[in-house]
Design a protein around this ligand. Structure first.
Ligand code: ACK
Length: 305
């Protein structure tokens, strides 16, 4: 027809290793929205995928961080326990970053929905779930979850990737209980005050942060290990809120400085609690690297056969 060619806001270099024809992509329901981005379900060649894109009203920086995220994913390479890049549509239209789809959503909600009945020793769990859990999750399953996340993190650390926001909300649950770490390629503006505010679920991301990240905004693989310890706690409590009474970064820092740590969750074995406490050493050098965490979990699972 006579319609003008669609206006292209941005041009991206063509990467034929990853480019997919737009016509092969059928966009579906929105899975979620973040501050700058949107994740949409889609179908490509009979497979369900997730597509990351920017929202209306985005800034140039939003586009730049999506491009950066995609480039980081290309460089990091594939691992079973991370959300892998599948391709992109970067030409003649909006940028679509196509990644693996995880059908069971984030780990925090998955654990909470499927928590067992009658765990009234845990305050948040005193109310039974509205419907019986669809999946029965045993203690061994919980340890296997923690093991898979450690393997994914060990891989990311070996590729020199620091996640900076490792938490159950950023781990996705795929078929057959395969867990996948998401959002590891996100550029995070740690300086921004947004980081200290509650996220859309009312959770404070600071509760996953190591003391050196809280204090000096310093991040490395050992600060991810601290967050992994908090994630272990989330797993062993079926998705409870860490430090339920702490309300601010200052309060948390004072609590941690005085040597206090969260108690052992009721349904958590001493072996796992010991690992949590090692992840929460104030001194980052005293925390185990992910490689050691994987080995520790290997042994734990062997004795549980
Ligand atoms: O907990 P959810 O359902 O899982 O809500 C969030 C939302 O989008 C915002 O990130 C979901 N989401 C993100 N990436 C994926 C993916 N690759 N597969 C499935 N759901 C995803 C996430």
């Amino acid at each position: 027809g006579n319609e003008p060619a669609p206006f292209n806001e941005y041009e991206f270099p063509l990467d034929s290793n990853w480019e997919l024809p737009r016509s092969h992509l059928v966009l579906g329901a929105t899975l979620g929205e973040g501050a700058f981005g949107r994740v949409v379900m889609a179908e490509v060649n009979n497979a369900i995928v997730a597509v990351k894109m920017v929202k209306e009203g985005h800034t140039d920086d939003d586009i730049a961080s999506l491009v950066r995220e995609m480039e980081v994913m290309k460089i990091i390479g594939r691992h079973i326990n991370i959300i892998n890049l599948l391709g992109c549509c970067s030409q003649n239209g909006p940028l679509y970053v196509i990644v693996e789809y995880a059908p069971h959503g984030n780990l925090k909600d998955f654990l909470y929905k499927n928590r067992p009945f009658g765990r009234d020793q845990d305050r948040d769990c005193s109310q039974p779930p509205p419907s019986p859990p669809a999946h029965v999750i045993t203690e061994k399953d919980l340890i296997k979850f923690a093991h898979q996340i450690a393997r994914g993190m060990d891989y990311l650390a070996s590729r020199r990737c620091i996640h900076r926001d490792l938490a159950a909300r950023n781990v996705l649950v795929s078929d057959d209980y395969v867990l996948k770490i998401a959002d590891f390629g996100l550029a995070r503006d740690i300086q921004s005050t947004e980081y200290y505010r509650k996220n859309t679920n009312g959770r404070l991301p600071i509760k996953w942060m190591a003391p050196e990240s809280l204090q000096e905004k310093f991040y490395d693989s050992k600060s991810d290990v601290w967050s992994y310890g908090i994630l272990l706690w989330e797993i062993m409590t079926y998705g409870q809120q860490p430090y339920p009474t702490i309300m601010s970064a200052e309060e948390l820092y004072t609590y941690l400085m005085s040597g206090q740590r969260m108690e052992k969750p009721a349904k958590c074995s001493m072996n796992i609690y010991i690992l949590m406490r090692q992840c929460w050493h104030f001194n980052a050098d005293d925390r185990p690297p992910f490689t050691e965490i994987v080995e520790y979990m290997d042994k734990l699972l062997q004795t549980k056969e």
